[in-house]
Write a protein that binds this ligand. Structure first.
Ligand SMILES: Cc1cc2nc3c(=O)[nH]c(=O)nc-3n(C[C@H](O)[C@H](O)[C@H](O)COP(=O)(O)O)c2cc1C
Length: 188
């Protein structure tokens, strides 16, 4: 099983990469799945302008950067979305990246690690509605970090309970992903 940890901000000086590295370092101690970082900033994705809706494109996207992103996302059975909250919602660049593909997300699992003044919880509530469109299975547990007390100039200063919270999130994500992967295997 392979899980992609998506770095959901492309801003210079972003916190997302640091948060994603913490998720990977913690999740990597588990043997049930491989956890890899997928950094949106590595793909330089264009704004979606294609006349063909991604869901109708049969993976034949008209921009090479989108094709490359699609191939990257296709490798994973499930995801951790590391998401900030911008203006009480999802960051535009992350939403655009999500909108640029379709079958690559469909039916897969997702869990959310967020941050913001109020833990980024509004962004996650919006994500839950968005991912439903691709029948993604979003797990209940989420980790919501405080922008003011846990994300500093000198890296993360996490509350002690965060490791336990992330552990439960990974448990739920691995269990849901395993169930879906097994379901897809042909009966012998
Ligand atoms: C355009 C913009 C809008 C923001 N709006 C919110 C907001 O509505 N709620 C919030 O908690 N933080 C908000 N913030 C602050 C972000 O939580 C903070 O800048 C965080 O570090 C952004 O994540 P990033 O550094 O990974 O890009 C906003 C930041 C930006 C850049």
């Amino acid at each position: 099983m392979k899980i992609g940890i998506i770095v959901g901000s492309v801003r210079e000086g972003r916190a997302a990469r640091t948060v994603a590295e913490w998720v990977q370092a913690t999740a990597d101690q588990r043997e049930e799945a491989t956890f890899e970082i997928v950094d949106l900033a590595d793909f330089d994705l264009p704004m979606l302008t294609s006349p063909i809706i991604p869901g109708m494109a049969n993976r034949q996207y008209d921009d090479e950067r989108v094709v490359r992103f699609g191939q990257a996302i296709d490798q994973y059975d499930g995801f951790v979305f590391v998401t900030p909250e911008y203006n009480h919602s999802i960051p535009g660049a992350f939403k655009n990246a999500f909108d640029s593909l379709a079958p690559e997300w469909t039916g897969k699992t997702v869990a959310f690690v967020s941050y913001g003044a109020d833990g980024g919880i509004r962004a996650v509530e919006h994500w839950r509605s968005v991912v439903a469109n691709f029948s993604m299975h979003a797990v209940r547990q989420q980790v919501a970090l405080s922008l003011f007390t846990e994300l500093g100039q000198d890296g993360l200063q996490l509350q002690e309970r965060r490791v336990g919270e992330l552990d439960v999130l990974v448990d739920q994500l691995v269990a849901a992903t395993r169930a879906l992967v097994l379901q897809d295997q042909p009966v012998a």
